[in-house]
Design a protein around this ligand. Structure first.
Ligand code: ADP
Length: 154
């Protein structure tokens, strides 16, 4: 049986932290689907097209990684793809508490889906999309925090 995993997120914007989790996660699964969770009522800084374009460009060289967009529950999306794994990244204890709650609730929704977490590289643990957005709003340079494929003009 092929091991298919979903890496869900908003990627608003994509960071070096996300990139690292995908590169490492791609080695663990036969297929890794980077899944942009789309919620029409949730305001994002970057459009769906921008975020999808960045992710596709970034992972074009990884043959077992593809990018998709979904609405609704992550477990429903996983079932549609026959994916039994949800991949998430962990930076710190705050992430741990949040991810543990989400993983437990996803398990309650679908007992066949396992959440697999990877610890971030220490040098990337400080990178949060929300802080990157704050820097962008103040016209700062975020090139140290986002991959070169993510073109953002300060
Ligand atoms: P969400 O809105 O679902 O938290 P994000 O786009 O912020 O989506 O993050 C998606 C996933 O990437 C989450 O598992 C998050 O913990 C992980 N992640 C985000 N930033 C980093 C980082 N710097 N290092 C490792 N994992 C990260």
């Amino acid at each position: 049986m092929k091991r298919i995993a979903v890496f869900p997120g908003s990627f608003d914007p994509v960071t070096r932290g996300h990139e690292d989790i995908v590169i490492r996660g791609a080695q663990l699964f036969d297929t890794l689907v980077v899944a942009i969770g789309h919620n029409t009522t949730k305001q994002t800084m970057f459009t769906l097209e921008q975020r999808k374009g960045w992710l596709e460009k970034l992972f074009a060289g990884l043959p077992n990684v593809r990018v998709e967009v979904y609405e609704g529950l992550t477990v429903d999306f996983c079932r549609r793809l026959d994916a039994h794994y949800v991949l998430r990244g962990l930076r710190n204890g705050v992430d741990f508490d949040y991810e543990a709650a989400i993983a437990a609730m996803n398990k309650g929704l679908d007992g066949n889906i396992e959440t697999v977490t990877l610890f971030t590289r220490p040098e990337l643990a400080c990178i949060h999309s929300s802080i990157v957005r704050e820097i962008i709003k103040s016209h700062g340079n975020v090139s140290a925090f986002v991959p070169p494929a993510v073109e953002i003009n300060p």
